[in-house]
Structures are given as structure tokens and as C-alpha cells.
Design a protein around this ligand. Structure first.
Ligand code: G3P
Ligand code: CA
Length: 241
């Protein structure tokens, strides 16, 4: 059965990468959540998509120029199109503590393809182990060397290579890197490539699939999962298929 991952929680209807968004994803029928992590100035793993706080919060500047305490005072609902009231930037630990009490899967995207963030891999793995979430987790990144490092550090945690336009034979590439999955942009992956990748035992979870038409197409191909801003739509489409 195709697993539905709420992108940044339920980012279509709640401020992305916030606790209300993650809770909503669960209530809207997601099997799992996807979130993005960066490091604060004092080395806390924080859940935010961009390297700066400019787009999503009422602050300015780089995430890694703020301590976690300073970051948690910023309003992550600031730029959302609907008024929702204050939402903080959560730490990964806060999300995992909550997630432990649910049945949800988790896709942690390490946002280390622009800034190096030394020690991010070790910190994320440590937290997943602390909350015993290894069997429910997949680590992903556009920085594929980081996924190789994660694999070496934690062979028991699945890794995924994340990309927009991928290699010709992504299953061979994934196998070479020890990755169990590819996370391609749904718009650039051809149906036969999906089928061949799955046939080679590599999981396929395309992102970010928000239109019913493409959800249906991918569900018929029996992809492992889809990442969507609208888990409620994906749940309905899956029930109809
Ligand atoms: O997990 C895939 C997707 O989240 C990657 O793109 O920019 O939304 O982090 P982005
Ligand atoms: Ca992401």
C-alpha cells in the first residue's frame, strides 16, 4: 500500500514545519511526515526549510546565527496565507518526542546541500536512536555524500537520495550509495523508471505531489510513498483507487 507523507506536515493548510502542521498531517490521514532540518548556532537540530529565517518567520538572517532559544521566539506562522496564531520553530527533538506516541513514519530531510553543518548527521541519528524511531525513519538529502555518511554511521536506518532530475538508472545509483530509496521530483521521473527502480528493490517516494491526477498515476504504479502538502486529498484518492 502506498504510504502518504505529509510534506512539511500539512503545508497546504498549516504553517510548514510546525507542530500544528505535523499534528494536522496525522489527523488528515497521513502515514508519515516529511520535515527539513538545519543546525542552530548552538548546535540544536531545528526544523526549518530554508538556511535563513526570512521567508517563513518574522526574523531576519541565517538560522545558524541564532541560538535555539532565540529561534524558538520567532513566529513560524508569520508569512502563512491564513492567520493561525503564533507557531514556534520546533526542534527535531520536540517533534520526535511527539511522534513517538503516534504510529507515524518520518522522513527527515537533512538540509545540508548548501551549508556544510558539521555534525548534523550524527545529531539526527542520535535523536532517532534516543526515541527508538530507527524502524520508522528514512533520512534523505540532496547532498548524496551525506547519505553515504549516514549509511556508514547507521546501517539500520534507511537512506534516500533526493533529487530533481536523476541519473539514467537510479536503482544502480542508489545501490552504489547504499540507499534504500530514491525521492525524485514527481514531474521528472518516467513511469518505466519508476517500475524498474521498484523491481530492483529500491523504494520510490516522489515529491511534492499535490494534484489528484498525478497522485492517481503514481498510486497505480504502486510507488512506495508520495510526499504531498495535502495528505487528506491523497488519502481520499487512495481510497478511491
Ligand atoms: O522530500 C522532498 C522535498 O521536500 C524536497 O524539496 O524543497 O520541499 O525540501 P523541498
Ligand atoms: Ca523537504
Amino acid at each position: 500500500m502506498v504510504k502518504i507523507f505529509g510534506h512539511r506536515g500539512a503545508a497546504g493548510t498549516y504553517p510548514e514545519n510546525t507542530m500544528p502542521s505535523f499534528r494536522a498531517a496525522e489527523q488528515l490521514g497521513a502515514d508519515g511526515i516529511e520535515l527539513d532540518v538545519q543546525l542552530s548556532k548552538d548546535g540544536t537540530v531545528v526544523v526549518i526549510h530554508d538556511e535563513t529565517v526570512n521567508r517563513t518567520t518574522n526574523g531576519r538572517g541565517r538560522v545558524n546565527s541564532y541560538t535555539y532559544e532565540e529561534l524558538s521566539r520567532l513566529d513560524a506562522s508569520h508569512s502563512f496565507y491564513k492567520k493561525t496564531g503564533f507557531c514556534s520553530i520546533p526542534s527535531l527533538e520536540e517533534v520526535l518526542r511527539w511522534l513517538q506516541g503516534t504510529q507515524l513514519l518520518i522522513n527527515v530531510e537533512l538540509k545540508n546541500n548548501k551549508l556544510p553543518y558539521r555534525g548534523l548527521e550524527e545529531s539526527v541519528i542520535h535523536l532517532l536512536r534516543k526515541y527508538e524511531l530507527e524502524p520508522r525513519a528514512v533520512l534523505s538529502s540532496f547532498h548524496h555524500a551525506s547519505m553515504v555518511k549516514c549509511r556508514e554511521l547507521a546501517p539500520d536506518i534507511e537512506t534516500a537520495v533526493l533529487y530533481k532530475r536523476g541519473p539514467h538508472k537510479p536503482w544502480e545509483y542508489a545501490q552504489k550509495l547504499g540507499a534504500g530509496a530514491i525521492h525524485p521530483n514527481y514531474a521528472y521521473i518516467a513511469d518505466p523508471v519508476v517500475e524498474l527502480t521498484l523491481a530492483h528493490g529500491i523504494a520510490v517516494r516522489p515529491y511534492t505531489v499535490n494534484k489528484e491526477k498525478y497522485m492517481r498515476k503514481l498510486m497505480r504504479l504502486q510507488v512506495t510513498g508520495i510526499v504531498t502538502d495535502y495528505p487528506e486529498v491523497a488519502r481520499r484518492v487512495l481510497q478511491e483507487e
